[in-house]
Design a protein around this ligand. Sequence first.
Ligand code: ZN
Ligand code: ZN
Ligand code: ZN
Ligand code: ZN
Ligand code: ZN
Length: 319
Amino acid sequence: MRKKIILMGFLFVALVVSCDNHVHIWDDGVVTNEPTCTEIGTKTFTCTECGATKNTDIPANGHSYNDGVITDDPTCTEKGTKTFTCSACGDSYDIDIPANGHSYNDGVITANPTCTEKGTKTFTCSACGDSYDTDIPANGHSYNDGVITDEPTCTEKGTKTFTCSVCGDSYDTDIPANGHSFVGITCENCGEHSVPVSEVGTQYTTTDGLLLTLNSLTHTIQNGYNKYSINYTESNNTEGSIIGPGNFKIIYMENGVFDSSFQTGAFNNFYYGDTRTRSYTWTLTSTQTIVCVEYLPNSLSSEYIFSDTPTDALLNWTL
Ligand SMILES: [Zn+2]
Ligand SMILES: [Zn+2]
Ligand SMILES: [Zn+2]
Ligand SMILES: [Zn+2]
Ligand SMILES: [Zn+2]
């Protein structure tokens, strides 16, 4: 009987709560609609007292994208694609991968430059084979220091030739003529004379009209002296004329300086038909050497007798 009363009491309380405005006592809820990546879900709670229910939203999960997979490789010049995929729903999106750009090598000489022509260096992309060229400047010639291919003379210019050791190209430059190196009146290099020289043994007509032949001009050394001897013949074959006598002088050098010594002696006029042959010897020191002997016609004697340098106004002879 007592047990029955207690049970009755519980039922009474329960009836009162369920039938009255009671405070629901919610259970822990049950997911009645699963959320997706993009759609909200539903959780339903039930009152443990009265069985009433209520719903609450469950937020959408959001996508669970992977780290991305390259779905289109970029090339040197074209961009590629990386695709990110949701492991839950399979949704995906793409991003661009920039083009790689070319990977050119350091270049290979594909055409060697020459002295005058430029060459070519070719740079090639190891990825796609694309290539481009750059110029290599021409080397320019490598000329040597020049070789004398034509020696200059006293009066003629010479030639110096410069040759490229690579291609053999060459060009010439002039070498100036040396000019004469006169010792006295004679060039020691080519033998040219600075004044006209007459020939021993040849007859000349002097400015005064005498016929003159220098028969000989000799040099001997005696007792350390330089002896210069002449033998000459003068004649007057101009009818009715009287020609004054000429004479000779020797021009010599001493220590590079000209000096002269004239023939001494008084001679008679030449009448028509006169012919005289004479000899004369100058005695000079060992350091006085002949430049030439000159003939002074009577009419020019005063003008040139003290002149120490050769002149083309007078006949002269040399050794
Ligand atoms: Zn309730
Ligand atoms: Zn998703
Ligand atoms: Zn490339
Ligand atoms: Zn060259
Ligand atoms: Zn010369």
